[in-house]
Every structure is written in C-alpha cells, then in structure tokens.
Design a protein around this ligand. Structure first.
Ligand SMILES: [Ca+2]
Length: 211
C-alpha cells in the first residue's frame, strides 16, 4: 500500500513539475512575442516618422524654390492698365485750361494721348489716378481731375507768400467704365505758371487699374 502511495506521489509530483515547466516555457514564448510585437510597432512608427520628416523637408525645399521663382517673375495680368506722363517744360496755363503732360513714359492699355492730355479708359474697373503739380516761386494753382465733364478731385499748390516751391499731389480712387474720359485742368484759382523744368520735381500724371 505504501509502495502504491509512493508511486502515486511520484507521478503527481512529475505531473505538477511538467505543468509548471510547460507554463513557464509558454510564458517565455508569449512574453517574447509581446516584446517583439511592440518593438516592431515602435520601429515601424519611427521609420514612418523619418520618411514623413524627409518628405516635409523635400516639400519645404520645393516651396522655397517656388517662392524664389515667384519673386523673380513679374506678374502678368491680361487686363493690366497703367500710364504715366509728365510735362517737359514750364508752361503758362489759363484758368480752366486742360493740362497737357506731353511726354508719355508708360501707357499699358493705350489710353493716354500726350498731344491733348486726354485719357480714355481702356477697360472697366477700379482705378487710382494721381497727379503732381509744381507751382513756380511765389505762384499758386488749383488743378482738378475731371471725369466725363464732372470734377471728381482737386489739388492746390501754393507758394504765393514765399520764394519756394510747394508742390501738391492729388490722388483719387474711383470706378471707371470703358470709354470714360478724364483729364486734369486748371481750376478757377491760379497765379503764374506750372513748373516742370526743375529736374528735382516735374508736373506729372499717372494712373493704374487696381482690379
Ligand atoms: Ca498713349
């Protein structure tokens, strides 16, 4: 009986040992597979981040190159309009006479005529019109911007009480339609001539279409 008990005890001990051994080994394998899996994920994410970082650097470089090219290439607008002309000599104008800026330096849109000082609007849009008037010493002159016969802007240059030049600049932003015409004319207040001999400042007109 005791021998039987001994054999049973040995068998039970063996079974317990076997179960423990298997569970420990399986635990090792399981643990290792968990470890590999996490490591793989981290490694994979790290590689992806590296690739994304490289791609972003590449895109940054391309954006930088495009910005550089944009700075070098002048914008081209099919409907661009701009003009500028100035007076080449000091001229005596009567009251209400149209001022003629006889030297055209720019006329994109072909709207300005340097022979009569009239500007015909080549395309409808919002425009900036500006003009500089330089009075002679001790002179004064009012100049007006006239569009389709209506005064829409005024500027007054006044050196009356001093032997000095006090030029004035008028600037008007307005909507214009194709075919409208405009010019600068002398107002009802004036004394003397409009100067344009001095290279330091010339009487001029300029305009451009904003949009
Ligand atoms: Ca012209």
């Amino acid at each position: 009986m005791s021998k039987m008990l001994f054999v049973l005890s040995v068998m039970a001990f063996y079974n317990i040992f076997l179960a423990l051994f298997i569970s420990v080994e399986m635990g090792k394998v399981y643990g290792q597979s968990q470890e590999y899996s996490l490591s793989d994920i981290v490694s994979n994410m790290s590689m992806r981040l590296d690739r994304m970082e490289l791609a972003m650097k590449d895109k940054d470089k391309k954006i930088e190159q495009l910005e550089y090219r944009l700075k070098r290439v002048a914008p081209t607008t099919p409907n661009a309009v701009a003009f500028r002309a100035y007076m080449t000599a000091t001229t005596a104008y009567a009251k209400r006479q149209v001022v003629i800026y006889n030297h055209e330096t720019l006329d994109i849109g072909n709207g300005y005529n340097p022979r009569d000082g009239l500007y015909f609007v080549p395309s409808t849009g919002t425009y900036v019109i500006t003009w500089i008037t330089v009075p002679n010493y001790n002179d004064y002159v009012q100049t007006l911007l006239v569009v389709n016969g209506a005064v829409v802007g005024s500027s007054f240059s006044d050196s009356e009480e001093i032997h000095d030049i006090h030029q004035s600049t008028g600037i008007v932003v307005l909507n214009l339609s194709k075919g409208d015409h405009l010019f600068i004319r002398v107002g009802s207040t004036k004394h003397g001539v409009i100067q344009s001999d001095d290279p330091r400042s010339k009487s001029a007109i300029a305009g451009w279409k904003l949009f």
